[in-house]
Design a protein around this ligand. Structure first.
Ligand code: G4P
Length: 525
């Protein structure tokens, strides 16, 4: 196949949701369509979770929470689909944010009864920052939920994105009859207990009396009214606007019942973007460029419990990656060869000889990589990653076994390279502070330090409100600020100045008292 065609047929995306909205279930159904897994009928998500997602880390098995991000690839209708799975637990939100740097589009799953939830809002912020095209799948229509029009209003308001329904539900809950597929002008009928679209009828004109042959008259009337309202209220669907990230098409269905999923997938492969150009510090890189470029967005430790091994996940931004070719590790200015790059087809990890822009490959790593590292065919390029956000929780980390200080330091360093949490060093007392999004991350760090590095740590609580990266055009003012706040100044891992504000009040006062200082809540500004 011609090289450009290979790239055009790729769809690399993530499914994101607030926990429990149905992300895992939807992922499984997509895998089923792709023939990547074979399970008859609808399967309870927990059962399949173990096989559909990658439970590499011991801690995941223990807690039953998908801590790690994995990749699932399969072919569907001449397209190569790469789904990047994201951790379901909100304490690992940073992990999800980073995964979003490696995708070309996103499907957001929303529970029809719960509407937009906290985690979805945060994830959408990241999509907005990166102008990532988003499709919304409203799930669980087989249960009573909110009115669809109200849901659309809620999505527009809460996620700050314009929406355009491309399918429309016919009733819901026990009375759910199916959806009208606006995109394809079809009526897809749902029969409870049957786990698929039982009848799909082409319907160019819903005003035709034929409609009443398929659904009860009052429902037909309601559907016509709803569709008329939709056409009146929402602009006609325009793929270009979706691709710019300015409008989100919305589909309705029930992932558990495998209803509306194929419609979503069929539309998705048609409208979702193939690999998009990527902005590097130096220039924009086009996926169809001949030379290979890529960046590390995720490092996954301990894939194999028998060996201390890491895998660095690389998103290929341009060109073709070849096994055993020479590539440049830009940060080290070093040429490297990779003899066993892996691809992730369905649940299997296998060595690949080549991969194309849009694909994700895994490179065995022995500590050469940190998140955001760039690999190229020789050019000096730096892909811009996602900024670190201010953590929500902070703790001092202390050594609990004096004989293992070296192991602890090494462990902390490597875990931070992996992006497990953020490390700050207090300038005043030299103590190390770990910043996380949630409590669970502290537990993961403690567990991994012990099991992977043989080091024991203990935590000392630290009540902080936010970490702010500071800068100023006025060098004297900056020095003065650092002196005045000396006990609250720290360095981040890259050696940049960070002010640790212990309350929102103190931060506001600092902003008032030091107008020459700029306070940033993300590490890139
Ligand atoms: P997540 O990955 O977003 O956290 O959600 P997940 O797919 O695990 O789904 C959360 C729960 O919602 C699961 O139920 C799942 O079966 C259910 N669910 C998913 N899609 C639908 C749907 O379309 N309709 C209905 N009624 N339920 C749906 P659970 O009881 O937590 O787990 P399980 O015991 O069913 O596996």
């Amino acid at each position: 196949m011609v090289y450009a065609e290979e790239i055009k047929r790729r769809r690399t995306f993530a499914i994101v949701s607030h926990p429990d909205a149905g992300k895992t279930t939807l992922t499984e159904k997509l895998l089923l369509f792709g023939g990547a897994i074979h399970v008859a009928g609808a399967v309870k998500s927990n059962k399949i979770k173990k096989t559909a997602t990658s439970d590499w880390m011991e801690i995941e098995k223990q807690r039953g929470i998908s801590v790690a991000t994995s990749v699932m690839a399969f072919d569907y209708a001449d397209h190569k689909i790469n789904i990047l799975d994201t951790p379901g637990h909100q304490d690992f939100a940073e992990d999800t944010f980073r995964t979003l740097t490696a995708v070309d589009s996103v499907i957001i799953v929303i529970d029809a009864a719960k509407g937009v939830e906290a985690q979805t809002r945060k994830l959408m912020e990241v999509c907005r920052m990166r102008k990532t095209p988003v499709i919304v799948f409203v799930n669980k229509l087989d249960r009573d939920g909110k009115d669809p029009f109200d849901l659309l209003d809620e999505v527009e308001e809460e996620l700050q994105i314009k929406v355009r329904p491309l399918s429309w539900p016919i009733d819901m809950g026990q009375r759910f009859k199916g959806v009208y597929n606006i995109y394809e002008k079809k009526l897809d009928l749902y029969t409870p207990s049957k786990q698929y679209v039982t009848e799909s009828v082409g319907f160019k004109d819903v005003n035709s009396p034929e409609l009443e042959k398929h659904i009860d008259a009052p429902l037909a009337v309601k559907l016509r009214e709803d569709l008329e309202l939709i056409e009146g209220v929402y602009p006609a669907f325009d793929v270009g606007t979706y691709l710019k990230g300015d409008i989100a098409p919305v589909f309705f269905g029930s992932a558990l019942n495998n209803f509306g999923v194929k419609e979503l997938l069929d539309c998705f492969i048609r409208i979702a973007p193939s690999p998009r150009p990527v902005q590097a510090l130096e220039r924009i890189v086009d996926p169809e460029e001949e030379n290979f470029t890529g960046f590390i967005f995720k490092i996954h430790a301990n894939m194999d419990p028998n060996h201390r091994s890491c895998i660095a996940f690389v998103k290929i931004c341009s060109g073709k990656f070849e096994r055993n070719a020479n590539y440049k590790h830009v940060r080290f200015d070093k040429i490297m060869r990779f003899s066993s790059p892996t691809a992730f087809m369905a649940q299997k990890k296998e060595v690949v000889d080549e991969a194309f822009a849009g694909d994700i490959i895994g490179l065995p790593d022995t500590g050469n990589f940190t998140i955001g590292d760039t690999l190229t065919a020789g050019e000096n390029l730096h892909f811009k990653g996602l900024p670190s956000f201010s953590p929500e929780m902070f703790k001092y980390i202390e050594n609990a076994d004096p004989m293992k200080a070296k192991q602890l330091n090494k462990g902390i360093e490597q875990l931070m390279d992996e992006g497990v949490a953020q490390l700050f060093t207090n300038r005043f007392n030299g103590r190390k502070i770990i910043g996380t999004v949630g409590q669970l991350q502290f537990e993961v760090i403690q567990y991994r330090l012990l099991h992977e590095y043989g080091a024991q740590c203990k935590w000392e609580s630290l009540s902080l409100y936010k970490a702010c990266w500071i800068e100023s055009d006025d060098a004297e003012a900056l020095e003065n600020f650092k002196k005045r706040k000396v006990q609250y100044m720290a360095w981040d891992k890259g050696g940049r100045d960070v002010y640790l504000a212990d309350s929102s009040y103190v931060l506001t006062m600092a902003q008032q008292d030091f107008p020459a200082i700029k306070f940033h809540f993300t590490s890139e500004f």
